[in-house]
Design a protein around this ligand. Structure first.
Ligand SMILES: [Zn+2]
Length: 627
């Protein structure tokens, strides 16, 4: 179990960061694996007055670095040099043994920072300026990546569009260019099934997308809308396997994916298999696998049949009658697969060469499905109840951005009839790598208006209410009170406390989430039934919140989290258990790991504890840009 400091850094990775003029900087790790950790130190009278970190590595790297900053702060330099990787690993407790490497890297980076500081002290004052120069150099590196280096992006419009990708050092202008030069084939049964997949692939800037569709109804209008989401992308319809494809994405239910893999296997020749990702969605469950050879492809097919995925019409009757589950699992996969594609193309994170399996009801996320005992499960359909309940539910979302867009698109498709969106902002080009309800032709529109147009196009009977302006202590309770459930689509700390308090006082369930870079988390906050956000993160340290708009985020990552928010919202409304009440789901898309952490009601919680001190809302409103 990670402690509060570590949880806080997961939830708010922007708590990390450098000092304006660090006294020492240390780097450690392997940039090829993406596990680089940078430690910045402030030294006051030979004591570490401040330690901060930056890492673009895995969740374990964040955990190890945040624990290290806690261990080292206020120690003398010589005491800090005695901190070993074992100390970090031991203090972490919950760090899985296979991830202990990250504690090594973190401790090394600290020692490196201290050595750099001491070296600099030995030299004269003129040479001391070398140290701050290291930090400056890093910023310059990003700038150069953006503009000057050959093979990188040079079009200023493209730089703006993909800014949130480009500012992540392991993607940069080069990585984005590589994505734009990528040509893929998407094989799917129909466009409805792969709607999320195509939206996120397009928003990401996968330059050339060819589609093979069993049923290509309405392709022209869908492609027109995708081209408006991102005009850099070319889309085409094919009837047979085109040449020079970099990747093949086979996306559908088990009948469709097995049919396609069988025909590929039949045609298997001496030539090697085009790198292929197969994604299967059935009922509330699904799985995917990356195959780079014929053997892996046939093994995948055998495995999913062994595990009970239905491939014949007789076995399909049960899942056919659960269209809601099938919708949710295909939306979820539609956000995961573009991330896997980026990871493979740019060599980031760990490759998913085993089958990744998920069950959205049981909250199972298993990245060793082929060797695990988990079996595909049939759920009984509850379709009639679903339609009636979702029709009458009213859902409020704060923020029509990276989380609000996918969450509301899922809810609209699922049949929710009353959605309310609040956002003060206008659509900008830099939103379009992830905010899939907006379009290039709607840049400058109010986000709530743009989102309303997109949602009403999906479901004509839908009623979308829009509010422009701040969500503040003045309107929070009234807005929350008029709805059955609230979704937090803003990754910003003051609003999280305000929303949490308003939902508790109005007794409304809140689906809480955040996403940044490659990471995200989700929890359900159910007043009087489970702990609240203040139980999880007792102190609001808004001083460390930093700037919301300058951090990188890979487009489909908030998509994964937003879809999970919609799934949890639907489960709450339909009273389907288990839920994320009292559980924090932490997602590390680089490692394809989904970890569940339990947390309890905090007895002294000022809001929901035994002797509460908060009886009305505090005075703040949100000012930051959303995810
Ligand atoms: Zn509480």
């Amino acid at each position: 179990m990670y402690n509060n400091t570590v949880l806080d850094h997961f939830a708010n990775p922007r708590n990390v960061g450098d000092f304006p003029n660090p006294d020492g900087v240390g780097h450690s790790g392997n940039p090829i694996d993406g596990d680089t950790i940078t430690i910045y130190i402030k030294v006051d009278d030979l004591r570490l007055s401040g330690v901060r970190f930056k890492t673009f590595g895995c969740g374990a790297a964040i955990a190890a670095s945040s624990m290290l900053t806690q261990l080292a702060t206020r120690k003398t330099l010589s005491e800090a040099l005695l901190i070993t990787n074992d100390d970090v690993a031991e203090a972490l407790g919950g760090l899985p043994p296979e991830k202990l490497l990250c504690s090594n890297i973190a401790a090394d980076a600290l020692h490196d920072a201290i050595h750099n500081y001491m070296e600099a002290r030995k030299k004269d004052t003129a040479q001391k300026k070398v140290l701050p120069a290291i930090a400056v150099k890093e910023q310059e590196h990003v700038q150069n990546n953006l503009i000057e280096e050959p093979g990188s992006l040079s079009d200023p419009t493209q730089i703006k569009r993909y800014l949130r990708h480009i500012i992540m050092p392991d993607i940069g202008g080069h990585g984005q260019k590589k994505l734009l030069d990528t040509k893929i084939l998407v094989c799917a049964a129909d466009l409805n099934h792969c709607d999320f997949l195509l939206r996120y692939l397009t928003a990401l800037g996968i330059g050339h997308i060819e589609c093979y569709l069993e049923n290509d109804t309405k392709w022209e209008s869908v492609f027109d809308s995708l081209k408006d989401l991102n005009p850099d992308v070319t889309l085409g319809l094919v009837k047979e396997m085109p040449d020079n494809i970099d990747f093949n994405l086979i996306f559908g239910d088990s009948r469709f994916t097995c049919k396609i893999t069988q025909s590929l296997l039949k045609a298997a020749s001496e030539t090697s298999l085009v790198p292929t990702i197969i994604a299967v969605s059935e009922g509330w469950q699904g799985c995917f696998n990356y195959c780079d050879n014929w053997h892996a492809l046939s093994l995948f097919q055998e495995n999913i049949i062994d595990k009970g995925f239905p491939t014949s019409p007789q076995n399909r009757s049960k899942t056919e009658s659960s269209p809601l589950g099938k919708l949710l699992s295909s939306c979820f996969l539609g956000t995961l697969i573009p991330i896997e594609l980026v990871k493979i193309r740019l060599g980031l994170g760990s490759l998913q060469t085993d089958i990744f399996y998920f069950d959205l009801i049981k909250l199972i996320f298993d990245n060793q499905f082929a060797t695990s005992s988990t079996l595909y499960t049939h759920y009984d359909p509850i379709q009639n109840e679903i339609v009636a309940k979702l029709k009458e539910s009213k859902i409020l979302t704060i923020g029509a951005g990276g989380l609000g867009c996918p969450a509301n698109l899922v809810l609209a498709k699922a049949g929710v009839k009353y959605l309310t969106l609040i956002d003060f902002d206008q659509v900008e080009i830099s939103n379009l790598n992830r905010q899939i309800l907006h379009l290039t032709s709607r840049i400058g529109y109010l986000k709530v208006e743009s989102a309303k147009m997109a949602l009403e196009a999906v479901s004509p009977l839908l009623h979308v209410n829009t509010y422009t302006g701040s969500f503040s202590s003045e309107n929070a309770r009234a807005l929350v009170g008029q709805h059955d459930l609230v979704i937090d689509g803003l990754d910003n700390l003051p609003t999280r406390y305000l929303l949490n308090d308003a939902c508790y006082l109005e007794k409304k369930p809140l689906i809480e989430a955040g996403a940044l870079a490659y990471y995200g988390q989700v929890t359900d906050i159910i007043p009087d039934e489970g702990p609240c956000f203040r139980c999880l993160f007792p102190e609001a340290d808004t001083k460390t919140a930093g700037s919301c708009s300058e951090t990188g985020v890979l487009g489909p990552v908030p998509g994964v989290i937003g879809v999970l928010q919609a799934v949890e919202a639907i489960k709450q409304l339909l009273e389907i258990a288990p839920s994320l009440k009292g559980k924090l789901l932490m997602v590390d898309t680089l490692e394809s790991s989904f970890d569940l952490f339990n947390f309890k009601k905090y007895e002294d919680c000022p809001l929901c504890g035994k002797n509460p001190s908060i009886h009305k809302l505090g005075l703040f409103s949100f000012v930051c840009e959303d995810v």
